[in-house]
Write a new protein. Sequence first.
Lengths: 125, 327
Amino acid sequence: MERDDLIVNDSYSLDAHHSEEAGVKIRKNVYFVTVLLTAITAVEVAMGIIFKRAETYTWEAIKWTFIILTLVKAGYIILSFMHLGDERKTLKYTVLAPYLLFIVYLIFIAFTEGWGHLESHTLYH
Amino acid sequence: MSGHSNDNVSSKELWGGGISPYSVSYGKMMMWFFLVSDALTFSGLLVAYGFSRTASESPWPIGEQVFRALPGLDGEYPLIYVALMTFILIVSSVTMVLAVEAGHRNDKRGVVRWMLATIIGGAFFLGSQAWEWSHFIHGGGGMFTLAKEVTVTDDHDESHILPKGTAIYMDHHFGALAEPYNDGDKSVVLEEDHGHVKLVQYGEHTHEAELHDLTINKYVVGEAHIHGDDAVKLWDAREKGAMVFGANMSENEYAIQQTYANFFFFITGFHGFHVFSGVVINFIIFVMAYRGVFERRGHYEMVEKVGLYWHFIDLVWVFVFTFYYLI
């Protein structure tokens, strides 16, 4: 049977190797990203414990801080851990475009409809 | 690094046929496409959660007040257990990256070692999630509703006028005996003595719990504690036979609606199912690596593909953690 991970004249899988020295540098970067993700999570948890929802006037700011920190974490996981940052630009866009297009709109429409739903309930019992 | 992705190949050649336009193998590309579709599924669930929550008329429970238990300990540790679970999953993602990196150096022993660490991390996460579910279902002491309006003063000397139907929450020591008492278990007896209310269960071992601490707004904004005579006043004004403990298919103690509990089980359950399948797949690839299948093949790309799935699971958890527990 034909092996489909060895494309004729081009073996993407076999060529994905690196040397021991390059490996040390790569591992150091992995540890750095790990510490960064742990630190961001610790900050998020501390904020979650200290700030109670709606009892502080700056809840909007805190909520957006959570969302931004989460997006930063997601970015590091996708680009660094999943190595998407090392892939071709076209693959990067193919993977990320659905989020930037669909999800942002989905989130917007979900909250808009949610508010509309709530308002219609409270106005017209 | 990653093979040919940085090569300078002309656009015409890339899309001219015969080679991969993304400069990745077929298997890796399909794994990415699957992850995109699965991520859209989870996004759909989270957006539905956002919609339901925005449209909810009753107050939505606060994460750090619902999830504040640690297994085996008595006090209050808001969000600590969930933070620990998040950390475990991140660490298992890191060990997976290290397994892939070892594969890129054809280091079979490294791959085996790091994959084993990933599997163990995943198993710990699954066990922790199982405990979370069990604790959520069991509840934190249950609640009863008021049969009439009562005015009480809380711990901070603030007065509260509680209308009929307000949920009053019991602590888990008292609640543990209130549940059989509410169900009509004859072995549990209510004893009142100089304004002290006690539930006593007679049997081989005698268990007793005194009514110390009742809570109002336990899971939402404005949580307050009621002690002493006012607590007895609330207990005496309870709606008999209408107590709720934990969460089940028709009612739960966390909110008036079932939506919060429903989404908790669905989203974390769907995610947990992915973790479970991830652990199984990781184990299969671990065995294959150990038996030298990839060594003979000449590359560890299978480890990389499975690693992508595992990182995706971690990624979803990062979002679930933020939107369900934190915000």
